[in-house]
Design a protein around this ligand. Structure first.
Ligand SMILES: Cc1cc2nc3c(=O)[nH]c(=O)nc-3n(C[C@H](O)[C@H](O)[C@H](O)COP(=O)(O)O)c2cc1C
Ligand SMILES: CCCCC(=O)C(=O)O
Length: 381
């Protein structure tokens, strides 16, 4: 199908992926209220059209943590994204490296940190989950240090995995044993081009970084039960202090949605905060990220770099997040859909598309430099 926008990538992904995988990527927690709010609140913001301001000298580049980015967005951590296409995270990381934007590898990727680093020719950012068995967290942290990852993102909004009814309904989880396997196999057989590309059921992939800790188990239900058993409800700010003492590079906390938590994060010495509700996959009925971003930027008061994600599907959405005070934006589903639809080329195309949309949006709002984007590009409501 012809692709012009991220919404087309989503439709192409829906057609190409087996049902359980598309719904895992596309879905959110419980009734998906927050998932809907993220996009709806961004869409409800009105941009201010300005004219006759010479916007010919356009520059999208930004510097984050001493790293030069070609555009103010990056590919955020998406677990199991690698199942969307053969050696998927390597393909996405290559597209990101070629475009000059960072790629952040999830703890629960299908390709390992080593494979992604070798495949892309440079180390990615690494996203760390703190596991119940802290020796796993330590081992992952050691790997990130050895690999010289360019930033560490500690995700803190998952002391417990959110409940996603779509995963139950599709057979991704909640249908253990043969029944679940048979359902997923049937869905894969209905998607021959995906099955051919990734190998039946993504089997050759394994579960990258966590595979060594899964005791030789390689099935989807093994993954789901590993996750359920290893996410740790005892996590506190002390764990962040510990990670801060071990990690000297840029440290970001992902999953902040409250100004008080943002201030505590600054006091813990983090370099960056990612305002995120995990793409509406954790606390359903939590506010959209766009709605809380300005109050968090105010609370942080320049003590850390504030990034944001949630519902970003267009270049205009990126501009809006920056207008609300973010210094950079993480993409989630946008790149996962593109990877599913077209592998490395799909992700490259998606990045290019967002850059083009940003340029046009900036030109029509009368700004040429990313640094000029501020609340003035929004119509006050
Ligand atoms: C399929 C999927 C898997 C995800 N896995 C992770 C993960 O492993 N670690 C993490 O920190 N965030 C994860 N996230 C959350 C994303 O990093 C990001 O916060 C979210 O997708 C942003 O919302 P958006 O997809 O609407 O842009 C995942 C999101 C999706 C859609
Ligand atoms: C299943 C939990 C790990 C991946 C993740 O963070 C997500 O699916 O949102």
């Amino acid at each position: 199908m012809a692709i012009f926008a991220v919404s087309d990538f989503r439709e192409a992904a829906r057609r190409r992926l087996p049902d359980f995988l598309f719904n895992y990527i596309d879905g959110g927690a419980f009734e998906e209220v927050t998932l809907g709010r993220n996009q709806a609140d961004l869409q409800s913001l009105t941009l201010r059209q300005r004219v006759l301001r010479d916007v010919s000298d356009m520059d999208l580049s930004v510097n984050l943590f001493g790293q030069e980015l070609a555009a103010p967005f990056l590919l955020g951590p998406v677990g199991l994204a690698g199942m969307a296409a053969r050696r998927g995270e390597v393909q996405a990381a290559r597209a990101a490296a070629a475009a000059g934007v960072p790629f952040c590898l999830s703890t629960v990727s299908t390709c390992s940190l080593q494979e992604v680093t070798q495949g892309a020719g440079s180390p990615p950012w690494f996203q760390l989950y703190i596991t119940r068995d802290r020796s796993i967290t330590e081992a992952l942290l050691d790997q990130a240090i050895e690999t010289k990852c360019t930033a560490l993102v500690v995700t803190v909004d998952m002391p417990m995995s959110g409940i996603r009814y779509r995963d139950f309904r599709s057979g991704m989880s909640g249908a253990p044993g043969l029944k679940g396997q048979a359902r997923r196999l049937f869905q894969a057989l209905c998607r021959p081009s995906w099955s051919w590309d990734v190998g039946l059921m993504g089997r050759p992939h394994g579960f990258g970084n966590i595979a060594p800790f899964m005791g030789g188990n390689t099935g989807m239900e093994d993954f789901v039960s590993w996750v359920a058993g290893n996410f740790d409800p005892t996590v506190t700010w002390k764990d962040i202090d510990h990670i801060r003492s071990r990690w000297s590079g840029p440290l970001l906390i992902k999953g902040i949605l409250d100004p008080e938590d943002a201030q505590t994060a600054c006091a813990a010495g983090v370099d960056g905060i990612i305002v995120s509700n995990h793409g509406g996959r954790q606390l359903d009925s939590a506010p959209s990220t766009a709605s809380v971003l300005p109050s968090i930027v105010k609370a942080v008061d320049g003590k850390a770099t504030v990034l944001a994600d949630g519902g970003v599907r267009t270049g205009a959405d990126v501009v809006k997040m920056l207008a609300l005070g973010a210094q950079g934006v993480f993409l989630g589903r946008a790149w996962a859909y593109a990877l599913a639809a077209g592998g490395q080329d799909g992700v490259a195309r998606m990045i290019d598309l967002l850059m083009t949309e940003m340029r046009v949006t900036m030109a029509l709002t009368g700004v040429a430099q990313v640094q000029e984007i501020c609340s003035k590009v929004l119509v006050r409501q």
